[in-house]
Design a binder for this molecule. Structure first.
Ligand code: ARG
Length: 461
């Protein structure tokens, strides 16, 4: 920090410089920092705090610095600590003393809060686009496999037959909640902190509304102490990201299971698998495994920030510099995961012959048999009991339900009749004709609604 060491006699030690510098990672805030500074310079001129000419010189200088950084020509200096001071020092270098006027009525504390909010807002809109694209991938897979049935599981035991589209739309719902959460977190991120200064506000006649308008914020922070201390919006982004990753990890796990030799329900496109270096028969679901694996990493960043912020006295503390790497990593991980996973979902080949075969194995229609007896007047609990005994009998005989004779059925309940043989996977699925159920009519409806949601977002391809 050579240029602001006024009251110090010693130079910062090299190790200390290295330890405290954030420039190795916060350079990523450069566009937002410069946008914030340009708006600030314009506002200072509008308020007569600096001249129009000075604002122009500063703005031009900042624009050319943005270009230099963008082209990779900028020399970042760790002794200048962070992105804010690197840019300011370069500005002074470029335009001379007038550059020193930029930091009037501002502190790095409100500046970094502003930069991080601009950055997070941008990340939220990118995240929302990717979430929509992922929902779109789920819809395409569902539509490409209309009518495909598979066993629905509870406790990872075959429970009841469901349509694959219904299963996939369960993930659509999860992502819909994720979209709600990110949109909601945007409201609290969309707050303009400039004017808070270091902690107490600034002693100049500034125009905060103008700044908010220039920078596209819909609200102003209402307490300067809170404004420089608050990182809730980062925690919220990371929490929403953690939930999204949790959802993605569940689908990843299912795809891993489905593509195993034991399930054999689906085959991954080769582009999303790798071979083994020693076992030639292998086709490993690495992408899905990494989606599952990276979920832990995203949770980790959330916990790290919560622990960093815990019990910090007001207001700004240097601890808070630790917010950035976790946020950046979370954004990068989430966006790349959503992107690659969407491609994997879209290209998944479902082996309908095998899922159908699996539905026929076991006694997956047992609930339907109980429902059958209920429809003939048996109380559900008794019906459940009868069918449980029937299943145990059929298992002993090594027969499926359809292989049992009517006499065998009647041995368990006189209510059984010839029509028991019309209970099929299709009839089972069609019977679940309630809102949110797996009946084809309902799933068709749900698909239409999902497509409408996607279409309304303006990305209906
Ligand atoms: N690099 C700092 C951070 O990331 C910027 C704010 C520094 N403020 C200060 N008073 N040292 O938090």
């Amino acid at each position: 920090m050579s240029h602001i060491r006024g009251r110090f006699h010693k130079k910062t030690g090299e190790l200390v410089t290295e330890y405290t510098a954030s420039i190795p990672f916060d350079w990523r805030l450069y566009r937002h920092d410069i946008a914030g500074s340009i708006a600030h310079a314009k506002m200072l001129a509008k308020q007569g705090i600096i001249s129009e000419k000075e604002a122009e010189v500063i703005t031009e200088g900042l624009a050319s610095i943005a270009e230099e950084i963008g082209q990779g020509k900028f020399q970042f200096k760790p002794e200048l600590e962070d992105i804010h001071m690197n840019i300011e020092a370069q500005l002074i270098e470029k335009v001379g003393e007038v550059g020193g006027k930029l930091h009037t009525a501002r502190s790095r504390n409100d500046q970094v809060a502003l930069d991080l909010r601009l950055f997070t807002k941008e990340a939220i809109s990118n995240t929302l686009v990717k979430l929509r694209e992922f929902q779109q991938a789920l819809i395409s897979l569902a539509e490409a496999n209309k009518g495909v049935v598979l066993p629905g599981y509870t406790h990872l035991q075959p429970a009841q037959p469901v349509l694959l589209a219904h299963h996939l739309l369960a993930y659509f719902e999860m992502l819909q909640r994720d979209i709600d959460r990110f949109s909601d977190c945007l409201k609290r991120t969309d707050v303009m902190p400039l004017g808070s200064g270091a902690i107490a506000g600034v002693a100049y006649n500034i125009d905060r509304d103008f700044l908010a308008h220039e920078l596209g914020f819909s609200q102003l922070s209402q307490n300067s102490i809170d404004a420089v201390s608050d990182r809730d919006f980062v925690v919220e982004y990371e929490a929403a990201a953690s939930l999204t990753m949790m959802h993605l990890s569940r689908l990843a796990e299912e795809i891993i299971l489905w593509s195993s030799a034991e399930f054999n329900f689906a085959e991954l496109d080769e582009a999303y698998t790798t071979g083994s270096s020693i076992m030639p028969q292998k086709k490993n679901p690495d992408v899905a495994e990494l989606v599952r694996g990276k979920t832990g990493r995203v949770y980790g960043k959330l916990i790290a920030l919560l622990v960093t912020m815990k019990a910090l006295p007001l207001s700004y503390n240097r601890d808070m510099q630790e917010d950035k790497e976790g946020l950046f990593d979370t954004i990068d991980t989430l966006l790349s995961t959503l992107g690659v996973f969407a491609g994997m979902v879209k290209t998944l080949r479902v082996k309908a012959e095998n899922t159908e075969q699996a539905v026929k194995r076991g006694y997956i229609l047992a609930t339907d048999l109980a429902d059958y007896l209920v429809n003939k007047g048996e109380p559900f609990r008794t019906a459940h009991d009868i069918v449980a005994r029937l299943v145990s009998y059929a298992m002993d005989k090594g027969k499926s339900f359809s292989e049992l004779s009517l006499t065998e059925y009647k041995g368990f309940s006189p209510l059984f009749g010839e029509d028991v043989y019309s209970i099929t996977v299709e009839s089972s699925i069609a019977a679940r004709d309630v809102i949110g159920g797996t009946a084809p009519r309902q799933v068709e409806q749900a698909l239409a609604t999902a497509k409408k949601i996607i279409g309304d977002f303006g990305r209906g391809n």
